[in-house]
Design a protein around this ligand. Structure first.
Ligand SMILES: CC(=O)SCCNC(=O)CCNC(=O)[C@H](O)C(C)(C)COP(=O)(O)OP(=O)(O)OC[C@H]1O[C@@H](n2cnc3c(N)ncnc32)[C@H](O)[C@@H]1OP(=O)(O)O
Ligand SMILES: CC(=O)C(=O)O
Length: 547
């Protein structure tokens, strides 16, 4: 751990509280991989789990005893002892000792309601549970973080008793007193006020190494977990608990991907090194991949859209000086600026894309305005190019006279047979016929598919393979359909987005028509054309698939 002038201690609990989120289930390997990634990111405290609660968490701590982390303290979590039980015989406390960590986090009750109704014990016994547990763990050589569960609710209900629980933890030897907004119902103003009263009530200055310091563990049920954490810090807390991407029980925990840059870049706390901060975005994405939840494109700092500029006015200004529409430089957190094309675009968006695509285009060139007008006209018809950059590049190249036809589809037909025989689930229920001209040769080809779009794609690729054998590596990887004017019923316009891949790159094309097959055909044909141009004309801008 680094010591600095304005230290702020980060504590990630994704492996424990994050795993309490509905929909997340981490394997042992996932937990180890995430722990190592957080270690590399420079998080000083990583809560690894509750060793007494399940065998996976027991194994996790054993595994880390074999191969320790590089810089982080791995922390084992547990409750105070059970009412009227001895600490020496409490299985949970024995399990937390077996975890072999230097630091442990113990949670205990602050709210008289929880003591009386949840634990069904007396207020005095709860104080004894806190005191005995912490003193026992200290006697066994452990350093203790005390998580005061329901701290803010407890303080509001009975401030004297709530403060007595923290004073008890302090006297028993806890080095951190963490105020938990367990139900996530507290608003920012109350956080500041109560944090200041706690420091006064316990006679702490909030910074001395010789006294316990305060921490904050905020849940996001009111949508204010990040704000609450920032205000607790400004009021004197020096530890922030949260999780990467804000995963956690119910609505989640305070999102460290938002907190870290705010604390470090705006409030000037020393959290992690600048070179570690530059891995924040990749860490966020890796972890969302590991927990199998789609990344939030609009997440502050790390979302794909966090530095995406769509409005023409914004793009024009950002190209002159990025700080006109960006609160920080994206690369500081490992993110990137993106320019999006749509009906909200101006010439600056078109020029920016031209540069990205390697197309020489000048603002004064009439083609530039013509491209913008075509873009707006097509978007008015229902096309959407912000998600289909490959189609936009083809549109630009067409306008620049740089799109010689590689093949010409003369026509196609599709037949569907919806009665899949029960005894043969692999039966391909669609048949497509295509007529294509390549290099002056007419080809007629037929193929089966699982559905009409697949059959059409297969037939086209079959027809073109003899001229372009690389097509064998192309695949349709995603297919999205959107009805544009639902009120028109079955004659509504349909927009189809098709994502294609050749194994190491992927690209998206768009088609729009009143006929879903026609819209699919446009998107599929452009997808194949784009893939061929990637190979034959050296296009390089499309997304590289990481392996
Ligand atoms: C605020 C938080 O997020 S705290 C962390 C919450 N996380 C989890 O609960 C996930 C892991 N939990 C588990 O695996 C299980 O709940 C276990 C192993 C901890 C306990 O399982 P069980 O013994 O079957 O008890 P169960 O889950 O039904 O009930 C919880 C027990 O803990 C007791 N308890 C709750 N808080 C505390 C505390 N701070 N100190 C001591 N005991 C407590 C309850 O009174 C109840 O005990 P009782 O049944 O003897 O009255
Ligand atoms: C400890 C904890 O997770 C909470 O109080 O929310």
């Amino acid at each position: 751990m680094t010591v600095s002038n304005n230290p702020l201690w980060l504590y990630d609990t994704i492996l424990r509280d994050g795993a309490q989120r509905e929909g997340i289930s981490l394997s042992l390997t996932d937990k180890l991989t995430i722990a190592r990634r957080l270690d590399q990111l420079g998080i000083p405290f990583i809560e690894g789990g509750w060793p007494g609660a399940n065998p996976k968490d027991v194994q996790f701590f054993w595994q880390l005893q074999e191969e320790p982390l590089e810089q982080a303290e791995i922390v084992a979590f547990c409750s105070t002892r059970r009412p009227h039980k001895a600490v020496e015989t409490d299985k949970m406390l024995q399990a937390i000792l077996s975890a072999g960590t230097r630091w442990v986090t113990i949670f205990g009750k602050s709210w008289d309601l929880h003591v009386l109704e949840g634990l069904q014990t007396s207020l005095a016994e709860n104080l004894a549970m806190i005191s005995d547990t912490i003193a026992y763990l200290r006697s066994q050589g452990r350093r203790v973080i005390y998580d005061a569960e329901h701290w803010f609710d407890g303080y509001r209900a009975n401030p004297d008793y709530a403060l007595a629980t923290l004073a008890t933890a302090q006297q028993a030897g806890a080095e951190w007193l963490v105020m938990c907004d367990t139900n996530g119902g507290t608003l920012p103003g109350q956080i500041s006020e109560i944090t200041i009263k706690v420091l006064q009530g316990l006679g702490l200055d909030g910074r001395s190494e010789h006294q316990p310091q305060l921490g904050i563990h905020a849940h996001n049920d009111s949508g204010t977990a990040v704000a609450n954490s920032l205000l607790a810090v400004e009021a004197g807390a020096t530890m922030v608990q949260g999780t990467i991407n804000g995963y956690g029980e119910r609505c989640g925990n305070a999102n460290l991907c938002t907190l870290i840059p705010n604390l470090q870049l705006k409030l000037d706390y020393d959290c992690i090194k600048p070179e570690q901060l530059a891995h924040l975005t990749s860490t966020s994405r890796l972890i969302s991949e590991m927990v199998n939840l789609a990344p939030d494109d609009h997440a502050p700092f790390v979302g794909r859209s966090a530095f995406a500029h769509k409005g023409g006015i914004h793009v024009s200004a950002v190209q002159r000086n990025p700080f006109t529409y960006e609160h920080i430089a994206p690369d500081v957190v490992g993110n990137e600026r993106r320019i999006v094309v749509s009906e909200q675009a101006g010439l600056s968006n078109v020029l920016s894309k031209a540069e990205l695509f390697g197309i020489a285009l000048d603002r004064q060139d009439p083609a530039c305005r013509a491209i913008l007008e075509t873009l707006k006209d097509l978007e008015q018809q229902g096309y959407q190019f912000e998600a289909a950059e490959a189609s936009f590049e083809l549109l630009m190249r067409q306008a620049m006279g740089d799109r010689q036809p590689l093949f010409l589809v003369q026509g196609f037909q599709v037949h569907c047979d919806l009665l899949t025989p029960a005894e043969n689930p692999a039966y391909r229920n669609a048949l497509a016929t295509v007529k294509v001209t390549v290099n002056g040769q007419n080809i007629l080809e037929v193929a089966e598919g699982n559905g009409p779009v697949s059959a059409l794609d297969q037939a086209l690729r079959k027809a073109l393979t003899r001229f372009y054998p690389q097509i064998a590596d192309f695949h349709l990887t995603d297919y999205k359909v959107r009805i544009l004017d639902g009120g028109a019923g079955t004659s509504a316009k349909t927009r189809v987005l098709v994502e294609s891949s050749n194994g190491d790159r992927r690209w998206t094309t768009v088609g729009v028509s009143g006929n879903i097959l026609e819209a699919s055909y446009q998107a599929v044909v452009e997808g194949i054309e784009y893939g061929l141009r990637l190979l034959t004309c050296g296009l390089t801008n499309q997304e590289v698939i990481s392996t």
